[in-house]
Ligand binder design. Sequence first.
Ligand SMILES: Cc1cc2nc3c(=O)[nH]c(=O)nc-3n(C[C@H](O)[C@H](O)[C@H](O)COP(=O)(O)O)c2cc1C
Length: 162
Amino acid sequence: MSVKILILYFSRTGNTEKMAKAVAEGAKEIEGVDVVLKSIREARPQDLLEADGIIIGSPTYYGTIAGPLKKFLDETVKYHGSLEGKVGGAFSSCGAMGGGAETTVLDIIKVMLIHGMIVQGNPEEHHFGVISIGSPDKEILEACKELGRRVARLAKQLKGEK
Ligand SMILES: Cc1cc2nc3c(=O)[nH]c(=O)nc-3n(C[C@H](O)[C@H](O)[C@H](O)COP(=O)(O)O)c2cc1C
């Protein structure tokens, strides 16, 4: 039985999309893991049901989740209770230092916790989730890959696969 990781993102000018692609690359490195990368334009709320791990990325808009992604997340209420025990992770791109990317990531994580999902922090860096100011550089892309690897590894462990 394979482990499924869904990476879901919204991006208008491409920065969050670059991060999402790197998160997907990292998750793919874990053996036995199937990775699906979807923009919310092509995703449906029921896609979340099929995943063991869900990693969500948003640009920071006014210090929080961008409206189109928030709308999508609000639609997941019909699956309230069904996402319990899935592993979550978050990332955000913002325009400026102190622009609120961390609060965006925490807002995504709040949605996940309300769904009963499991979110692992990172003791090394990007503790809450990965953030980027503008277009992600090499170091941020590596942190995105690591986020993908960490979520995939934990989802695999929780599914009882070594
Ligand atoms: C409506 C709107 C609101 C924004 N609000 C913020 C903000 O509060 N803080 C910030 O640092 N950047 C803000 N930005 C800048 C974006 O977060 C930034 O350009 C981001 O990298 C865009 O991601 P994308 O390329 O994936 O669309 C805002 C941009 C828009 C369009």
